[in-house]
Design a protein around this ligand. Structure first.
Ligand SMILES: Cc1cc2nc3c(=O)[nH]c(=O)nc-3n(C[C@H](O)[C@H](O)[C@H](O)COP(=O)(O)OP(=O)(O)OC[C@H]3O[C@@H](n4cnc5c(N)ncnc54)[C@H](O)[C@@H]3O)c2cc1C
Length: 209
């Protein structure tokens, strides 16, 4: 249905704060408005309109306005979930976005019907896709479609925020059986591909002697 910013009656003109009745209040990456002594946070000024992002924006504004911070909104990891059945969740970059930016990307996919707990729960619909910068273990983003995608995406979001690589996700121990093993399995597929490429390099070198 959509939402609209409510900027009416705030006397923003008097404060020298620019606004648009449809788009809200433009801010820079530090959440400063056109009057650099006034900040904004919330759906009224951010591109991603989710409560968890507005909470982060509020934290950034407090740090930047009151404690001489230089925190940027663009540095935030932005997960989201649509609560359909199955749920659809995403964090970070999309493959198309990575390609547009010229970043080499490879996707590792595990289908939920390969995951023991999902089978036991009768929740086999969906998948976990990890988007990885090719040649590195750096996670660029992930898409999860699953009964509990909103919960599963949290582990990936935390890994991205903390700068953890795929090797850590693949080797961290998890209780068995859980649905989040889909993430470990996808990360494991990346580890497997790395091993293969090392062996194929050695083999190619040996064969070309
Ligand atoms: C129907 C619906 C369902 C949603 N479901 C989800 C979901 O499942 N998951 C999800 O991540 N996000 C969801 N969202 C989005 C989420 O609700 C918003 O992103 C979030 O509430 C934004 O927080 P905010 O503080 O910026 O704005 P708001 O929560 O809208 O708060 C703004 C506050 O400012 C007050 N206010 C407005 N104008 C003035 C004024 N002139 N003077 C003083 N006070 C004023 C309002 O009364 C309100 O209390 C949903 C939104 C809607 C509308």
């Amino acid at each position: 249905m959509g939402t609209a910013p409510n900027v009416h009656g705030l006397e923003l003109e008097a404060a020298g704060v620019e606004y648009d009745r449809e788009l809200g209040i433009p801010v820079d990456d530090f959440l400063r408005t056109s009057n650099p002594r006034i900040f904004a946070a919330g759906d009224v000024c951010t591109e991603n309109k989710f409560p968890h992002i507005e909470s982060a924006a509020g934290r950034i504004v407090v740090a930047n306005a009151l404690f001489l911070g230089r925190q940027r909104l663009s540095a935030e990891t932005v997960p989201w979930c649509t609560f359909t059945d199955p749920e659809i969740a995403h964090v970070g970059m999309y493959v198309t976005e990575a390609r547009r930016k010229g970043i080499p990307v490879k996707t590792f996919t595990v289908l939920m019907h390969e995951v023991d707990r999902a089978i036991a729960d009768g929740e086999e619909e969906g998948f976990v896709k990890l988007h990885v910068r090719e040649g590195t273990g750096k996670l660029l983003g992930a898409t999860v479609v699953a009964s509990h995608a909103g919960d599963l995406i949290n582990e990936i979001s935390l890994a991205m925020s903390a700068g953890l690589d795929l090797h850590t996700l693949a080797t961290a121990n998890q209780p068995y059986p859980t649905q989040s093993q889909a993430i470990k399995m996808a990360a494991g597929a990346w580890v497997g591909s790395q091993r293969k490429s090392v062996w194929s390099r050695i083999l190619t070198k040996w064969l070309s002697r």
